[in-house]
Design a protein around this ligand. Structure first.
Ligand code: AMP
Length: 113
């Protein structure tokens, strides 16, 4: 599939990996908006948050755990971080493979839209 994140999963594109399990990887965002900016993704392709059905409950729990683990690994679990997923064009989604941004390392402005 011609998807940037699928290519990272397959090792066809380089990425600074921060975490990997059987079904999930996390890597540094190529265009960090804060000192710490990780992306947590399922290896399987889902276009967006809304495309991941709740029948995939194991994967959803694994994603939850992976996000917590990544936040600990990159040192923001206690200090604070923002967890973001942009769903669809009007939300600014630019890569159509489900991903969660974990952003921190400085005081973030309160911006909700
Ligand atoms: P979104 O706009 O929410 O879809 O987020 C997509 C994110 O993917 C952006 O923050 C990009 O900087 C990031 N990104 C795009 N291509 C790559 C890449 N090859 N490696 C790492 N991050 C990427």
């Amino acid at each position: 599939m011609d998807c940037v994140f699928c290519k990272i999963v397959r090792g066809e594109l380089p990425a600074k990996k921060l975490y990997e399990s059987e079904r999930i990887i996390a890597f540094e965002d190529i265009n960090k908006v804060a000192p710490v900016h990780a992306l947590v993704i399922p290896k399987a392709h889902y276009d967006s948050f809304i495309a991941l059905p709740d029948t995939e409950s194991e994967l959803i729990v694994e994603l939850h755990r992976a996000i917590q683990e990544v936040a600990r690994l990159i040192g923001v679990a206690d200090t604070g971080f923002r967890l973001v997923t942009n769903n669809g064009k009007t939300a600014g989604q630019s890569v159509f493979h489900l991903h969660f941004h974990v952003i921190g390392g400085r005081t973030l402005e309160l911006k909700m839209g």
